[in-house]
Design a protein around this ligand. Structure first.
Ligand code: GLC
Length: 640
């Protein structure tokens, strides 16, 4: 009997994936590019995917299958992220490997290493001006070191996220270099203008991202003999996604990173990808079609990999990044919940949850296959994305509230505990964004400036409580909560931030401190994390308790939606998550008052007998039928 040739299982699976996802890719491309361009483009895409599949390491092919068998891996309640600059966290990639025990101690399952591909020399906007997508920064290690780290992380049940900076490249990147040398193919990779007519027309409706140190959105380049679109800094050249060659070029980069072992690609500044005259050139529909095409292609080549949208946009524009309408479930798997982050700080400053309740209720539900990425702080400044309509709905003036938050967190408001720095004061709009570590914003510097004594102790207690409350809100919201490096140790603003070459003009470096494995000039040390008499120890251990509690709470799976309840008190945020295993009611007292919540609220949701999963204790309704919430108390209540 003639034996049937056995096809390679992975090749067969690849063909099945092509059959499954190529139509989504094609639909995305058709929404963006001309119908005469699509057939050739699709053929080029398939070519890239076949090459990438052939080059994928056996370990990663098995990894793909594991992920496909557990497609909700990134939605699990046990997910906890940690984001850091490699060199500031651990020196280099080998150092990260040595620090994995530290991350495991915290319960981290997802590690975002900020830009680690070779940037331009000199100021590179923290690595966001990439000169070579194919090479890891030499001072951090080699590509092999990144692959090895990815394998180690996978063995330990962790995933790796890296940035895909896809709105712009460094002026020194090969594409830009060849454009400057006059190669027509590469001039078409950018948006060039012979004179100011085009730039002036666009600038009429373009907001400025860095009005202080990079005003305007276009830069004249002598070598190009043209104006080039530069949304961010003059050395970051926006690429032209309306050119299909750009799509193919980025798909190659995406496949290259996927084959190094990356699990999550952070789509940096994704909102800016598509430009349309007469608009703010953000959130244009083509952005979502391009993302759909990229994601579908990636599902074919490397289904273990998911996409994360970094769209720091207003609340109304955010949900489409997780997929609405025809893109439902087909664009990014993860998106930053910038609005929740802003609201956390707004609640702490105003001791009032009503704006937050209204703002969060405006969010449409997100696809159940996706997940928010929630956070208290990140490496960027905080822009007060408070919608004017939301503010008005609760009797506030949006502009005035944003002004209040800037005053409060830069220490200017009477009685304020925040000690941040004003970032990018926009004279025209009055906007003032804020830099600062979570601890400095939550009052640590202010507390430490008090003389020793009971007032200072009380202020320090409040700082610890505020930091834990802020993190509990983002951990109890559902999605992947991500800790920003140093916040787990309550590190303060780095006083020497301006001294490093290229950093002086950009005070975001104040909240990007080096992790103090050895005690630093401020007296901070990672070793204190085990010392309960220190703020560092209290915050670190408090976060550990929260992350350990979170792991076992089925209701925190990201597929479960969050309902924002009417606040039982203006100072208490109440979030309900209905789940087949029963509801979970999260209560957060954002004030330094003791608050009483009616026990009726618990009964209404079937939680007459309930346990607080944070403390592990039963919840007692007092004789007056009330539940007491101490200042800054957090409760995750489930039946039991
Ligand atoms: C993103 C990054 C930010 C950077 C910008 C330009 O917003 O988070 O740090 O400045 O993109 O790449």
């Amino acid at each position: 009997m003639a034996a049937h040739p056995v096809p390679d299982a992975h090749d067969e699976l690849f063909e099945l994936r092509l059959e499954r996802w190529l139509p989504d890719c094609e639909a995305g491309l058709r929404a963006v590019y001309g119908s005469d361009e699509v057939p050739d483009l699709l053929a080029a895409v398939v070519g890239v995917l076949r090459t990438a599949h052939a080059a994928r390491r056996p370990a990663l092919r098995v990894h793909d299958q594991r992920r496909l068998l557990r497609p909700d891996w990134f939605q699990q309640p046990g997910m906890l992220g940690y984001a850091a600059y490699t060199e500031r966290f651990a020196g280099d990639l080998a150092g990260v490997d040595d620090a994995l025990g530290y991350l495991e101690e915290l319960g981290v399952t997802y590690l975002h290493l900020l830009p680690l591909l070779t940037p331009r020399e000199g100021d590179s906007d923290g690595g966001y001006a990439v000169a070579d997508y194919r090479r890891v920064r030499p001072d951090l290690g080699r590509n092999e070191d990144l692959s090895r780290l990815a394998d180690t992380l996978h063995e330990r049940g962790m995933s790796l996220c890296v940035d895909l900076v896809l709105n712009h490249v460094a002026r020194e990147h090969e594409w830009a270099r060849r454009a400057r040398a006059g190669e027509e193919r590469y001039r078409r990779f950018f948006r060039l203008f012979d004179d100011r007519t085009g730039p002036d027309a666009y600038e009429a409706t373009l907001p400025e991202v860095f009005p202080d140190f990079a005003p305007g959105s276009f830069t004249f380049d002598d070598e190009l003999d043209a104006w080039v679109w530069t949304t961010f800094n003059s050395f970051q050249w926006d690429v032209d996604w309306s050119n299909p060659d750009v799509f193919v070029a980025y798909l190659e980069v995406v496949c290259h990173l996927a084959n190094l072992g990356v699990d999550v690609l952070r789509l940096d500044a994704i909102a800016f990808l598509w430009k349309r005259l007469g608009t703010a050139c953000q959130n244009e529909p083509e952005v979502h079609a391009i993302t759909q095409a990229l994601r579908a292609a990636l599902r074919v080549a490397a289904p273990a990999v998911v996409l994360k949208a970094e769209a720091i946009v207003g609340p109304r524009d955010l949900v489409p990044y997780l997929g609405t309408g025809r893109h439902h479930g087909k664009v990014s798997d993860l998106a930053y919940h910038n609005s929740l982050m802003v609201q956390v700080w707004s609640m702490l400053a105003s001791r009032d949850v009503r704006l937050t309740v209204h703002a969060l209720r405006q969010f449409d539900p997100v696809p159940t296959t996706t997940s928010w990425l929630t956070y208290v702080r990140c490496h960027d400044d905080i822009g007060w994305a408070v919608d004017d309509g939301d503010a008005a709905a609760v009797g506030l003036d949006g502009h005035a509230h944003r002004g209040f938050l800037s005053d409060f967190y830069s220490g200017g408001f009477p009685g304020s505990f925040g000690r941040g720095l004003v970032f990018q004061h926009n004279e025209e709009t009055g906007d003032r964004r804020i830099s600062g570590t979570a601890a400095s914003l939550a009052g640590l510097d202010a507390a430490l400036s008090l003389p020793e004594g009971p007032a200072r102790s009380a202020a320090l207690d409040a700082v610890v409580d505020r930091l834990l409350l802020a993190h509990a809100v983002v951990m109890g919201f559902g999605g992947i909560p991500v800790l920003w490096s140093g916040d787990e140790l309550a590190l303060r603003n780095d006083p020497g931030w301006a001294e490093e070459p290229g950093h002086a003009g950009d005070n975001r470096w104040a909240h990007r401190p080096r992790l103090p494995w050895r005690r630093n000039d401020l007296g901070e040390s990672a070793e204190d994390r085990h010392d309960p008499s220190t703020v560092t120890g209290r915050v670190f251990q408090g976060l550990r308790r929260l992350t350990a509690a979170r792991r076992g709470v089925a209701q925190l799976h990201a597929a479960t939606g969050t309902e924002v309840l009417d606040p039982p008190d203006p100072g208490v945020l109440a979030l309900l998550r209905r789940h087949p295993e029963g509801p979970m009611l999260g209560l957060y007292n954002v004030t330094e008052r003791t608050v009483h919540v009616t026990g009726w609220l618990l009964g209404l949701h079937g939680l007459h007998d309930c346990v607080d999963r944070v403390s592990g204790e039963r919840v007692l309704v007092d004789d007056a039928g009330q539940v007491e919430l101490a200042p800054y108390a957090v409760r995750w209540l489930v039946a039991g």
